[in-house]
Design a binder for this molecule. Structure first.
Ligand code: PGA
Length: 249
């Protein structure tokens, strides 16, 4: 059985105090939930240490890490620094990082290796733009993102990865991929992983859906055999909505 996961991506939201309060609210709501879903909150860097102190059930993640080990890289936060806060996960390759900060496949491959070398589990995001979907290129796009970002990893390392399929046209837009669209491409992603690392590895890898996932559509999305949970943006900022998604399993 693959791990079911609901990860919240807070993006650049909440002050430190608001973040601590949100984490406390989430913890209070999930205390009684026992459906086997792993809950992760991915906070801004500066929140990590303090949020860690209030987490009991949920695991902690960052939203990025540097592509270099350490040194003269003003403003960057290394994988080792993230790990030292008690974080266990790091989101890499989010479409906002790819588009606004020009993170390319080669850079993401470096970040992924550093995250793994420091004992962090990457939540590695892939997904196509609207124009790419409309021109039928979405399968090629996600395949290329997988190959260039991850397929250099050893099987042992690849087995630790969590994938997140996030169609860029669905992120923060209120427009969700249909359940059938999500299943179709998640299956394609799993088949692509199987072709490279074998079916047994592919069957182990959680593939999360992200993009306007909310309590009202989570159940239908999560019911698909190849959708193992969600990476949640906007709805992760409202504890009751986040919990509504967690309990959709
Ligand atoms: P959203 O964001 O849920 O607000 O669409 C998802 C994400 O970007 O991870």
């Amino acid at each position: 059985m693959r791990q079911k996961i609901v990860a919240g991506n807070w993006k650049m939201n909440t002050t430190l105090q608001e973040g601590i309060a949100l984490a406390q609210e989430v913890e209070a709501l999930i205390a009684g939930v026992n459906n086997g879903a792993k809950v992760i909150v991915c906070t801004p860097f500066i929140h990590l240490t303090e949020v860690k102190k209030v987490l009991k059930k949920a695991a902690l993640g960052a939203q990025n890490c540097a592509s270099e080990v350490s040194g003269a890289y003003t403003g960057e936060v290394s994988a080792a620094m993230v790990k030292s806060t008690g974080a266990e996960y790091v989101i890499l390759g989010h479409s906002e990082r790819r588009s606004y900060y020009h993170e390319d496949d080669a850079m993401l491959a470096k970040k992924t290796k550093l995250a793994l070398a420091n004992g962090l589990i990457p939540i590695f995001c892939i997904g196509e733009l609207l124009s790419e979907r409309e021109s039928g290129k979405h399968f090629d796009v996600v395949k290329s993102q997988l190959e260039k970002g991850l397929f250099d990893l050893s099987e042992e390392d690849f087995k630790k990865i969590v994938l997140a399929y996030e169609p860029v046209w669905a992120i923060g837009t209120g427009k969700t991929a249909s359940s059938a669209q999500a299943q179709e491409i998640h299956k394609f992603i799993r088949d692509t992983v199987a072709a490279k690392y074998g079916q047994a590895v592919a069957d182990l890898i959680p593939i999360l859906y992200g993009g306007s996932c909310k309590p009202s559509n989570a159940k239908e999305l999560f019911e698909n055999p190849d959708v193992d949970g969600g990476l949640i943006g906007g709805a992760a900022l409202v504890a009751s909505d986040f919990n509504g998604i967690i309990t959709a399993f």
